[in-house]
Design a binder for this molecule. Structure first.
Ligand SMILES: *Cc1c(COP(=O)(O)O)cnc(C)c1O
Length: 233
């Protein structure tokens, strides 16, 4: 693990350099990868620091915590991404406050998000795929992916952008790559079926390089920007 300094701007600049060098190594272009700063559990002062360093995409996992931040920071030009588990009773809030949802895993949630998004610009959606087939992680199984993609496509207030995955933690770079390769295959398969997608959301602090090697277009990074979290829930 790299050590994380307390200077959030410095952390973002270091990450951008790491993203650039990793894209060069794997013959991808740095402009293909968007950095989502995962600010869950961190105070708005930290979000402001990241913003001052040029960061514009922020990810949150807890709906109520996120909404108070979104309201307090409404004067900033931030694109908010919801990356936590979707629950039916939170779909109205998610649809009203966020620009993106990375963690859609059920058709009934898609329908509710669509309803609550009425009259707004479409909500950008990634379907969360559970490739490690762990009971503890949310997301749908690979064989259900296309069915859910089809349902999302029929909903006018949702815009299907791609897929998201959180593979089981692995220390070996090769095993990290294997898991991300499965997600990339699923993503390519959907594209080959005619879905027009641009977002493969995969890679966190511990496995960002492997994700980029396998084709990530958005990496979701918390710890390497804001430091370790005091997980409270
Ligand atoms: C917390 C979280 C992250 C960030 O994880 P780090 O290891 O701190 O980079 C990324 N994605 C999701 C879905 C998360 O919940």
């Amino acid at each position: 693990m790299t050590t994380v300094s307390h200077n959030i701007g410095e952390n973002i600049r270091r990450l951008s350099r790491q993203i650039s060098s990793t894209t060069r190594k794997y013959r991808r272009s740095a402009g293909d990868i968007r950095l989502l700063a995962v600010s869950k559990t961190f105070p708005i002062s930290d979000i402001r620091d990241a913003y001052a360093a040029g960061q514009r995409l922020f990810g949150e996992s807890y709906v109520n915590e996120a909404i108070s931040k979104i309201e307090l920071l409404s004067e900033l030009d931030i694109e908010w991404h919801y990356i936590g588990p979707v629950q039916s009773n939170k779909t109205r809030k998610i649809a009203s406050y966020f620009a993106w949802v990375h963690s859609l895993g059920e058709a009934r949630h898609a329908r509710r998000l669509n309803e609550h998004r009425n009259g707004m610009s479409p909500l950008n959606v990634c379907i969360q795929v559970n490739i490690s087939a762990e009971d503890t992680k949310s997301g749908i199984a690979l064989h259900e992916l296309e069915g859910l993609a089809e349902s999302v496509l029929r909903l006018p207030n949702l815009r299907l952008r791609g897929i998201m995955g959180i593979p089981a933690e692995e220390n070996s770079f090769e095993r990290q790559r294997q898991a991300f390769a499965k997600l990339a295959q699923a993503y390519n398969r959907l594209q080959n079926r005619g879905y027009s997608l641009d977002t493969l959301s995969m890679g966190m602090t511990g496995d960002m390089q492997a994700a980029i090697a396998e084709g990530a277009t958005m990496v979701r990074i918390g710890t390497a920007i804001f430091g370790p979290r005091q997980e409270k829930r």
